[in-house]
Write a protein that binds this ligand. Structure first.
Ligand SMILES: Cc1cc2nc3c(=O)[nH]c(=O)nc-3n(C[C@H](O)[C@H](O)[C@H](O)COP(=O)(O)OP(=O)(O)OC[C@H]3O[C@@H](n4cnc5c(N)ncnc54)[C@H](O)[C@@H]3O)c2cc1C
Length: 383
């Protein structure tokens, strides 16, 4: 009988929770530590659109698509409702420049074998009659995309992990790593609640991963990436067919609406989430005035939203590796400074990627292999 591996996962966002769940499924003993409450980090700010359509280049697009296609199985194994809803994403443009860019993007996605397609205006109306489209110069539908509720996923993962003996320690910060003199391995974690012994540490602490990794001798640079997605009060179902909508910046009939594009989706509890720009847009305005403005722009395209109340949400900070791609794995075996038993799990698009990262990280940690498809995403690329 092998001794069961003792793994401490630092961070109970969607990434840490998925890794913890998959580790327990593979027989590890797991403790999850979070300085706050599980799911209250970046995961609670996420627009939570599951997609590969917004990802480039081809290899990264494929990684996201693979994870997208794992979501059904993941949710099924969790065995409870996590707010997973398919139906695709619709977007359209109102200018000729926007149309040219959209057509080019759809062409690229089709070359990668992604079932994105251009729609004519009649098809667009048929698919989403609830939308008031304004001028349409081009429209696109990505039918395999969807949405999920990160908090429900986190709760489900941790619940299943605890059924297999995992411990969740909330309100406790990891502050340092203890190593014996002359030995590179981390033997225990120092936390605000005392010391925790470990065979392996997983750093899934979102934006705090950089600072913690540095204490273990691993360089994982990030850039600051603030984003704002507001909410409304709960409404009756308003987007019955296609759950995720990207609407254009510019409506020539309403020149006052010349700003960036907006995106909206309806959550499991009936509230709507509304953001502006794309998935990486930097936004810091979390005032009520801005929330009211976003709601006004959403009502312009979805008139049945009239009467909703805009609820501000504080700025959320995306975990964002410096080059934009995930950082996954143990440090390179030849690294002299780095603790060899510290596994980094830092990523943007962590909602889309949570099933894949959880499954592959658990294989690497428990079975001691290096999964080939993760080789472009190793921490050593920043050395
Ligand atoms: C505005 C916005 C929109 C987004 N939209 C999308 C989208 O549409 N689709 C998509 O796929 N992704 C989206 N993302 C990205 C996605 O939400 C994140 O990639 C994902 O939530 C990251 O999860 P995580 O578990 O790595 O980090 P987090 O959820 O931030 O979890 C990290 C946890 O670590 C804990 N922690 C930190 N330091 C310590 C410490 N020292 N000790 C103990 N615990 C610690 C924190 O308390 C936190 O709970 C969006 C993000 C934002 C902010």
């Amino acid at each position: 009988m092998k001794t069961r591996l003792q793994v401490v996962v630092v961070g109970a966002g969607i990434v840490g929770a998925s890794i913890a769940y998959h580790l327990t499924q593979r027989g590890a003993r797991v403790t999850v530590v979070d300085s706050g409450k599980a799911g209250f980090g970046a995961s609670s700010h996420s627009f939570a659109w599951i997609n590969a359509g917004a990802k480039s280049p081809a290899a990264y697009h494929d990684l996201n698509r693979r994870s997208l296609e794992m979501w059904d199985r993941f949710a099924q194994r969790l065995g409870c409702d996590v707010g997973l809803r398919w139906g695709g994403k619709l977007s359209w443009e109102a200018t000729s420049e926007g149309a040219a860019a959209l057509k080019e993007r759809v062409g690229q996605l089709q070359e990668w074998g992604y079932p994105s397609r251009l729609l004519d205006e009649a098809e667009l109306h048929r698919l989403a009659p609830e939308l008031s489209l304004g001028t349409v110069t081009a429209a696109e539908f990505s039918e395999i995309e969807g949405q999920v509720e990160p908090q429900m996923v986190v709760d489900a993962c941790l619940w299943r992990a605890r059924e297999l003996g995992a411990k969740l320690v909330e309100g406790t910060s990891v502050t340092a790593f203890a190593r014996s003199k002359g030995r590179p391995r981390v033997e225990s974690l120092e936390t605000s609640g005392g010391s925790l012994p470990c065979d392996v540490v997983v750093l899934a602490a979102g934006v705090s991963t950089t600072e913690l990794a540095a204490k273990a001798g691993v360089h994982v640079p990030q850039e600051e990436s603030p984003g704002v997605v507001i909410r409304t009060d709960p409404r009756p179902p308003l987007l019955p067919t296609v759950p995720v909508v990207y609407a254009p910046a510019l409506d020539p009939d309403h020149p006052a609406l010349v700003r960036s594009e907006i995106h909206l989706r309806q959550c499991h509890d009936g509230s709507l989430m509304i953001g502006e720009g794309n998935q990486e847009s930097l936004r810091r305005d979390d005032t009520q005035a801005h929330a009211d403005d976003l709601l006004g722009r959403a009502i312009h395209y979805l008139p049945s939203l009239a009467g909703a109340r805009a609820i501000t949400v504080p700025v959320g900070y995306r975990p964002m590796p410096l080059d934009g791609y995930p950082v996954l794995g143990f440090p390179a075996p030849n690294s002299t400074e780095a603790a060899p038993n510290v596994y980094i799990a830092l990523t943007h698009s962590g909602v889309t990627l949570a099933p894949l990262i959880g499954e592959l990280a658990a294989i690497e940690i428990v079975d001691g292999v290096r999964v080939e498809s993760l080789s472009p995403y190793r921490p050593e690329r920043f050395l």
